[in-house]
Design a protein around this ligand. Structure first.
Ligand code: F6P
Length: 350
C-alpha cells in the first residue's frame, strides 16, 4: 500500500439520515487505523462539526461496544458546507488546524455529492463510504442499512398479516425508499405482499382494485398492499388532488400516499381497509449481521483507500467483492429498482 506509513491523522464523519451499520463502519475505520498507528478524529454532526470545530479523537475505548448499536455515535446532519464562501473557508482553516491527512465521508447521495465536489473543486483529500436504507446509490450492489430496513418491513408485514387475516381487511403498508422501490420490493417479496407499488412503475388504480376484488372472489378475504413513499398513480388514472400531490411528493419529505390510497381502495372495493406507515422505525435499531459485515468491510476498505491516496473514490460492493469506484459513478444518478426484482414481486400479484 503506497505511502501508508506517512498517515498520521484522519477524520471521519457521518452525514444525511442515520441508518443501521454506521457505528459498525466507524468502529472498523478506527480499528484498522489503530493497526496502522494512525489517529482518527471523529467529526460531529456531518460537515457541520468541521465548520464548528465540534470534533473528538476516537480512541479504542470510544468504539468499544458500538458494533450492534443503531444510529451514529458521531451524530449526523444534512448541513451543506458549500453553501457559501465563508463556510468553506472555515472548513479549510479547521482542516489545517486539526492536521488531517484525509477524511472518510460516510453518507448517502446528498452527502457523497457534496464530498465529490469537495474533492473535485477544492481538493479536499477524502474517500466515500455508501450508507442508506434506500439502496439507491449507484456503483455499489448494496449499501449498508438496507438489509436491516428490509428486515423491519418483513417483520411488520408478518405481523400485519395477522390482523388482515383475522378481520378480512386490506392492509396498506407505506414504506420508505426515497425515489426507488428497493425496500418495497424486497420487503414485499420477503413478507409475501399481494401487491407492491413502486416509483419505477406508476400504478393503475383500477388494476389495484381489480386484483383485490379478484382475491376476494377467490376466497382470500384479506390482502397486503405495500406502497413505496414515492409511488405514483399512472397519469391516466390519477386520483390525487393537486394539493395532496404537493404534500406527498416533497423531495425532502416524502410520505402520505398510503393513507390516501387506503381511503380510495376502501371507497372503490368496499373492503374494509387499514393503513400503516412504517416511517422511521425502518431506520432504527440494531443492524443485521449482513449490514454489520458489509459496514465493517467498507470501513476497512475506506482506511486502506486513504492509505493508498485513492482520493475521490468510494468503497463499493460488486458481487461478493469490496472494490473502490470513483464518486462520480455513485452520485448524479440514482440506482433504480432492478427490473428482475420487480418481476419477482409481480408474480404474486394475484
Ligand atoms: O434516505 C433515507 C430516508 O429515510 C428516506 O427513505 C426518506 O425519504 C428520508 O430519508 C427521510 O428523511 P428525513 O430524515 O430528513 O425525514
Amino acid at each position: 500500500m503506497a505511502h501508508q506509513e506517512q498517515l498520521q491523522r484522519i477524520g471521519i464523519l457521518t452525514g444525511g439520515g442515520e441508518c443501521p451499520g454506521l457505528n459498525a463502519a466507524i468502529r472498523a475505520v478506527v480499528r484498522r487505523a489503530f493497526l496502522m498507528n494512525a489517529e482518527v478524529l471523529g467529526i460531529k454532526n456531518g460537515w457541520q462539526g468541521l465548520i464548528q470545530g465540534d470534533v473528538e479523537p476516537l480512541t479504542r475505548y470510544s468504539v468499544t461496544g458500538i458494533l450492534p448499536r443503531g444510529g451514529t455515535i458521531l451524530g449526523t446532519s444534512r448541513f451543506n458546507p458549500l453553501q457559501d464562501q465563508e463556510t468553506l473557508q472555515q472548513l479549510k482553516e479547521n482542516w489545517e488546524k486539526y492536521g488531517l491527512d484525509g477524511l472518510v465521508v460516510i453518507g448517502g447521495e446528498g452527502t457523497l455529492t457534496c464530498a465529490l465536489e469537495m474533492w473535485r473543486d477544492h481538493k479536499l483529500p477524502l474517500v466515500g463510504l455508501p450508507k442508506t436504507i434506500d439502496n439507491d446509490l449507484c456503483g455499489t450492489d448494496f449499501t449498508f442499512g438496507f438489509d436491516t430496513a428490509v428486515g423491519v418491513v418483513t417483520d411488520a408485514v408478518d405481523r400485519l398479516h395477522s390482523t388482515a387475516e383475522s378481520h378480512h381487511r386490506v392492509m396498506v403498508i407505506e414504506v420508505m425508499g426515497r425515489h426507488t422501490g428497493w425496500i418495497a420490493a424486497y420487503g414485499g417479496i420477503a413478507g409475501g405482499a399481494d401487491i407492491v407499488l413502486v416509483p419505477e412503475h406508476p400504478f393503475r388504480f383500477s388494476r389495484v382494485c381489480e386484483l383485490l376484488l379478484k382475491r376476494q372472489e377467490q376466497g382470500r378475504a384479506f390482502s397486503i398492499v405495500i406502497v413505496a413513499e414515492d409511488a405514483h398513480p399512472h397519469e391516466e388514472e390519477n386520483f390525487l388532488g393537486a394539493e395532496e400531490s404537493r404534500d406527498i411528493y416533497q423531495h425532502d419529505r416524502l410520505g402520505g400516499i398510503g393513507a390516501i390510497l387506503g381511503r380510495e381502495i376502501e371507497r372503490c372495493t368496499k373492503i374494509e381497509t387499514r393503513v400503516t406507515k412504517l416511517g422511521y422505525v425502518q431506520r432504527g435499531g440494531s443492524p443485521t449481521a449482513f449490514d454489520r459485515v458489509l459496514a465493517t468491510r467498507f470501513g476497512i476498505k475506506a482506511f486502506d483507500m486513504i492509505a493508498a491516496r485513492e482520493w475521490g473514490y468510494m468503497a463499493a460492493l460488486r458481487g461478493t467483492q469490496i472494490i473502490s469506484v470513483p464518486l462520480e459513478e455513485a452520485v448524479g444518478n440514482i440506482k433504480h429498482l432492478d427490473e428482475e426484482i420487480y418481476k419477482a414481486a409481480e408474480v404474486f400479484f394475484v
